[in-house]
Design a protein around this ligand. Sequence first.
Ligand SMILES: [Mg+2]
Length: 232
Amino acid sequence: MQNIKHIFFDLDNTLWDHRKNAKLTLIKLFAKYDCANKYQLGFEEFHVQYDIINEEMWAKMRDEKIDKAYLRKHRFYDTFLKFGIDDFELSQNFENQFLDDIVEFNELVDGSLEILDYLTAKEYKLHIITNGFEEVSYRKIEGSGMKNYFETVTSADSLNIRKPNPKIFEHALQIANATKEESILIGDDWIADVLGAKNFGLDVIFFDVFNDQPALTEIKRVEKLVEIEMFL
Ligand SMILES: [Mg+2]
């Protein structure tokens, strides 16, 4: 694509493997608080339940139905409650240590560094727009060795305006000194990234890890990061 100069990446589960790193963090916390013995709870069933609740709450926060404080109070509390464990202190210990510990793990999505090298060699200017928590976003980028690839990082959380709100795309383009016509976004969230970018008037590549939208042919779609090379 000849006119494209700026590429805006989503961070979590597009480049930084949040699912994998979160699971590794939870394994550690689950063992630390001896949850298996204390509550006769299996890690896998806990993790499945947590994933469901966490994903639901992130969607609600994206849709501006709940705020960050609510999510941080409830995601672990509600998960434990599903197993009849009503312990607010335990849930807050999990919440606080989760954010501290997750940045110790820096698994990247397959092909992340390869595609960043490829795009850098082609002299695209690379940027991040993330909805993730401000407390950890910069540490994720730095800890995983990706910092030097990016000219700008927009933390939607720090501005309290999250994708798909068009204001966050406007802000990111502004600090990147980029126009819509010369920019494209790459992300894995259908609503926040794909519909958000489209509504704002920005071209987009959907990183469709779970093969969610196979019938949609009019959008640019990849299932592996390396396939971005087809478009850029
Ligand atoms: Mg994402």
